[in-house]
Ligand binder design. Structure first.
Ligand code: SF4
Ligand code: F3S
Length: 255
């Protein structure tokens, strides 16, 4: 323990993943030891290490307040936002820092999020409207209609759920929990007109049916979104839609 700026600092040993595919043949780990006062976040510790010990460590961050979703990484094996994870909340004084899994490494903790964004775009994450019923002014929603969206609207697209899902380790074309949760968010919106037939687009072994209900995405989400619930809900909606379609029970505009 050491005294610094009037605070009692705890000593931590950081084991940090390093890999630069341009120069390194294999990933390796660097170790840094430093003291930090209570309340220090993993991101603040990383910035301190970068500023005072090794300025070549690469990681993403921006807002430092769990809003931008940039600093997702593995800390002691758990996918978290580094900016909202305090050192004192970790067990022990060893801090293992690694990149999010399921994406290629660009450098150290910076991963290539293209597959994540590609999956996101596959669900067309915007309001689908009909020209005929577009209001002259704004769309109105009741408080109840807005409340229905509240649990899903806070996704910050951090990819912590994407990095936590074991299915993406062997099925790289799986849409993933974040994209499906986003699709659920739009399909639950009273202003959206895409209808259940849109689910045919994700009716595939790489779409809604790839999930093995492992639930790690729920544990990983820093915004308490429950992607598994949305996957199950859309599966039920799709089954009902297919059933009605098979028995010709759909109205003309639902086909
Ligand atoms: Fe991040 Fe949660 Fe959105 Fe997944 S669902 S991208 S974990 S905020
Ligand atoms: Fe993956 Fe979440 Fe399903 S962890 S398997 S998307 S429940």
């Amino acid at each position: 323990m050491s005294q610094k700026n009037g605070n009692t600092d705890n000593q931590y040993t950081f084991k940090i993943f390093r890999f630069n595919p341009d120069v390194d043949r294999e990933p390796y780990y660097d170790t840094f030891i430093s003291g930090f006062p209570r309340g220090t976040t993993v991101l603040e510790a990383l910035l301190h290490i970068q500023e005072t010990m090794d300025d070549s460590i690469a990681f993403r961050f921006s807002c430092r307040s769990a809003v931008c979703g940039s600093c997702g990484m593995l800390v002691n094996g758990a996918p978290v936002l580094a900016c909202r994870t305090q050192l004192m909340a970790l067990t022990g004084d060893q801090v293992l820092i690694e990149p999010l899994p399921n994406m290629d490494i660009i450098k150290d903790m910076v991963v290539d999020m293209k597959p994540f964004w590609d999956a996101y775009l596959r669900v067309e994450p915007w309001l689908h409207v009909n020209e005929e019923d577009t209001p002259e002014k704004e769309y109105l929603q009741s408080p109840d209609e807005v409340r229905k969206l509240d649990p899903y609207i806070n996704c910050i697209l951090c990819a912590c759920c994407y990095g936590s899902c074991p299915v993406l380790g062997f099925e790289e074309n799986y849409l993933g929990p974040a994209a499906i949760a986003k699709l659920f968010r739009f399909m639950s919106d009273s202003r959206d007109r895409r209808g259940a037939k849109f689910l045919e687009k994700v009716n595939s072994p790489q779409g809604l049916w790839a999930c093995h209900t492992i639930f790690r995405c729920i544990d990983a989400c820093p915004k308490d979104i429950r992607p598994t619930d949305t996957i199950e809900a859309l599966r039920r909606k799709l089954v009902v839609y297919r059933f009605k379609k098979f028995f010709h029970l759909l109205k003309q505009d639902q086909k």
